[in-house]
Design a protein around this ligand. Structure first.
Ligand code: SF4
Ligand code: SF4
Length: 109
């Protein structure tokens, strides 16, 4: 096989209708500010856990809202709950509260 220096990702569709939106609904009720996210990435750029691991708070939020819970639930424990992400969010999203609500939901389930 010729090495072109890149690989082509497998096409992946997001199946909103089939995904479990329970966590997204749970988080939206407990952390209303979560709907204000504009996906700027400020939180992930400053995230302590993100600097040390593959943890990506912006991506986790996106996956959670899509209902793709299986793709991030193992990552939640990496958040150190330091709150740095809260201080930079231009939309005032309580990202730490969101992580806590996600952990709560996963525990209850
Ligand atoms: S900093 Fe705030 S608005 Fe930007 S991606 Fe993070 S949560 Fe969303
Ligand atoms: S509270 Fe969690 S998500 Fe926010 S900066 Fe700290 S480690 Fe990252």
């Amino acid at each position: 096989m010729v090495n072109f220096g890149f690989t082509i990702s497998v096409t992946r569709a997001v199946e909103y209708d089939k995904n479990d939106k329970g966590c997204a609904e749970y988080v939206a009720l407990r952390v209303p500010s979560s709907s204000a996210c504009i996906g700027c990435g400020g939180c992930s750029a400053t995230c302590t856990a993100g600097n040390l691991t593959e943890f990506n708070i912006r991506k986790i939020q996106m996956l959670m809202k899509r209902g793709e819970n299986q793709l991030y639930k193992e990552q939640l424990h990496k958040c150190m709950l330091c709150g740095k992400c809260l201080t930079v969010c231009p939309r005032g999203v309580d990202t730490r509260g969101m992580i806590l609500a996600m952990i709560e939901y996963m525990r209850e389930k």
